[in-house]
Write a protein that binds this ligand. Structure first.
Ligand code: FMN
Length: 302
């Protein structure tokens, strides 16, 4: 029998409209999962069984009804035209949805490059991959330097394999012939989390001998977002000059400095907040990020 809260019901009602939902049929006209008792709405009118069947076929093709759905009972209904309209509407919506999906898959806005380098705070890059895994229409393209894996040994309880498995697409850091090396491979940009002095230097100086720096340089030349969670402390003039140069090249230098006004309960929350704020810069807005609220006694915005 019908699952009253099932996804099929939701899909049907979304596409065809509640009025025609088989789940709306009366109890005296029970429906099985594969049948619709249209006779639940008998009306004086033309028995246009074929036309109704055609409409149903169309609804099945569009996914609004399950394949194998049968029309049971009398099919007399004055609403036949409306059924056709509903099926047509369902067809159109599904077509639009498909087109939208295709568009999204090809859209540059939905691919993001995540690079993890050997600075302290490998967890930032790992968290970015974890969070983005939950975002349906974002595809992560990851490059992880050998030093990042080395740092991970000291900092987090995850194996190299576990970290790698978080990426949708993983690249070898040495492969300067990878897709990310070309501007024709369209992405929303690149997050380097964390970003070491070495990688910052490479990006500032366009020293494109490995994939992370090359991909960042490509994003910058294509005027795409590059966000660097640069991590070192304290800083000498050379570091500051590199930040300045990277900024002039178009990158956003965002040292992972925690905000305390959000009163984080744990290190974990602090990391998520920082990564969330970095992803904000790519217009990826995660629900767990704490946001500024106006009002008396509110902390300042940062
Ligand atoms: C545990 C650990 C922590 C490190 N922390 C930093 C750091 O905070 N900032 C930094 O620039 N380098 C740091 N390093 C050194 C970098 O890993 C090193 O400079 C490396 O060459 C960076 O290479 P990459 O940018 O290709 O990952 C750290 C290394 C280790 C092992």
């Amino acid at each position: 029998m019908i699952n009253h809260h099932g996804p099929r019901r939701k899909l049907f009602e979304e596409l065809v409209g509640e009025f025609f939902s088989p789940w709306n049929q009366s109890a005296t006209n029970p429906c099985s999962d594969h049948s619709i008792a249209w006779s639940a709405r008998p009306r004086a009118g033309i028995l246009a069984h074929n036309e109704i069947m055609n409409s149903m076929r169309r609804a099945i093709q569009t996914g609004a009804l399950k394949p194998g759905t049968r029309l049971v009972g009398g099919a007399a209904t004055e609403n036949m035209r409306a059924i056709r309209r509903a099926a047509h509407c369902a067809h159109r919506k599904v077509a639009l949805r498909r087109r939208d999906t295709l568009f999204r898959e090809k859209s540059p806005m939905r691919r993001i490059i995540i690079a993890i380098t050997g600075a302290s705070g490998v967890v930032y890059g790992v968290r970015a991959l974890q969070l983005l895994k939950e975002v349906e229409d974002v595809e992560t393209h990851a490059v992880i330097s050998p030093s990042a894996f080395r740092t991970a040994i000291d900092e987090i309880d995850m194996s190299a394999e576990e970290i790698k498995s978080l990426a949708d697409v993983l690249y070898n850091h040495k492969d300067i012939g990878a897709a990310l090396s070309s501007g024709s491979f369209r992405t929303a940009g690149m997050l380097v989390a964390p970003c070491s002095v070495k990688t910052l230097s490479g990006i500032a100086n366009c020293y494109n001998d490995e994939l992370i720096v090359r991909a960042a340089d490509v994003c910058l030349k294509e005027r795409r977002r590059v966000v660097l969670l640069f991590r070192e402390t304290p800083l000498h003039a050379g570091h500051i000059a590199l930040m300045d140069q990277a900024t002039r090249n178009g990158a956003i230098v965002m040292p992972p400095v925690p905000a305390f006004y959000s009163k984080p309960n744990s290190l974990d929350e602090m990391v998520t907040q920082t990564v969330g704020r970095a992803l904000d810069l790519f217009d990826i807005h995660l629900p767990m990020v704490k946001r500024w609220k106006d009002g008396p006694g509110s902390p300042g915005q940062h």
